[in-house]
Design a protein around this ligand. Sequence first.
Ligand SMILES: [Zn+2]
Ligand SMILES: [Zn+2]
Ligand SMILES: [Zn+2]
Length: 171
Amino acid sequence: MEIELCKYSGCNLIGTFTNHKDRTNDKYCAKHFRFTRMIRAARGRNKYVPTFHELEVLLENLVNFQCPSCQKQMKFTVYESGMPDIVSLQHNRDGSISLICLSCNSRHQHYPNDSFYFRDKNMKRCSKCKTEKMLNQFHKSNNTVNILKLQTYCKDCIKIGRNLNKISNVA
Ligand SMILES: [Zn+2]
Ligand SMILES: [Zn+2]
Ligand SMILES: [Zn+2]
């Protein structure tokens, strides 16, 4: 089998990943593959579309490839579902863009403006009652992959949910 280099000009890594959604056979290294996905997703969602170079600069500005928001080590994993530490493109509401991990990216949307970045790290926002609570107000999740993960609903909301269930079961 012939070895192909990453399609991105100037990149000397081996091209391993093909973006089938682009209907080409272009092969990219893991990094440039992620870049094509970010660009594609931005275009699809009618958001600002960065160039490869802009993404490269963002990447260079990261410290040790850590998520600037949660300091978790990020990855260029190719498959996106269930990969909370994959590097993703965040369109901030102030118009700027940044590279943060996928789990921070999906949490950002629940905060007004860009307040997500300035949140108290000892607090978590309940996705049910939409209030910020201390971390001990959340049960640990049953997630076997990440045992440190907390549930998305706070203890109070789970209790209320259970009581409602009881009532509807009786009725
Ligand atoms: Zn490359
Ligand atoms: Zn993060
Ligand atoms: Zn709650």
